[in-house]
Design a binder for this molecule. Structure first.
Ligand code: MN
Length: 220
């Protein structure tokens, strides 16, 4: 009886961990500092690992995330990523960070998707209107206005956005559940692909005139 119960618990743990492995895998070692030099490296999970004996504190370090970025661009926001490309020690660890600065009166982190990560966002300064949209056929908008100290979650793979609806600068930090979350900016991907998607495809998809599609394509 005791043995059978143990087996059930064991099966449950195996089942649970197979779900947990659905995205970035758990690390196979304490750390795997990424290197670009292919000599003396061990190929693992997309990046080469540095010999652990040669790892230093700087492999796990990034600085400057306290500095506000200039948000005077077409959308009025800047995302500063801190992922495996900035901190090579993040390799295989399944986590990363961004700082997002928003211009006053509408600065927008435009609708986008992270194909490999769920995002958890903390507002430090300002007022943000944020949201995400569930998949078809419901396409339900789940949205909220956030203030300093508020936290919001954007589930993996869903379209989401944040907009500064206050009169002052806004700043947020977000953790992402991948060393390399990836980003698909919807407008850029649709209207600014290289080469461009045939205008007739977008005309029908978005129910727009050919002229507006061509204009949009010229903007991105
Ligand atoms: Mn995001």
């Amino acid at each position: 009886m005791k043995g059978a119960c143990f087996l059930q618990v064991f099966n449950l743990i195996v089942l649970a961990s197979s779900f947990a492995f659905a995205y970035d895998p758990s690390p196979l070692q304490e750390f795997c500092v990424a290197i670009t030099d292919t000599n003396n490296g061990v190929f693992l999970n997309g990046k080469l690992c540095k010999d652990p004996k040669l790892a230093t504190a700087n492999d796990f370090f990034f600085s400057g995330l306290n500095i506000p970025k200039n948000t005077s661009n077409s959308v009025g926001s800047v995302v500063t990523p801190v992922n495996v490309d900035q901190i090579p020690g993040l390799n295989t660890l399944g986590i990363s960070l961004v700082r997002i600065d928003y211009a006053p009166n509408g600065g927008l982190n435009a609708p986008h998707i992270h194909p490999r990560a769920t995002e958890i966002l903390l507002v430090l300064e300002g007022v943000l209107y944020v949201g995400f949209v569930t998949s078809s056929p419901n396409n339900r908008l789940i949205a909220k206005t956030l203030y300093p100290g508020d936290v919001f979650v954007f589930p993996i793979g869903l379209i989401h956005f944040q907009q500064n609806v206050g009169k002052t600068n806004a700043v947020a930090f977000a953790g992402l559940s991948s060393q390399n979350p990836g980003v698909i900016a919807i407008a850029n991907a649709v209207f600014g692909s290289n080469p461009l998607i045939k205008a007739d495809v977008l005309t029908r998809a978005f129910q727009l005139s050919n002229k507006i599609v061509k204009y949009q394509q010229s903007r991105f």
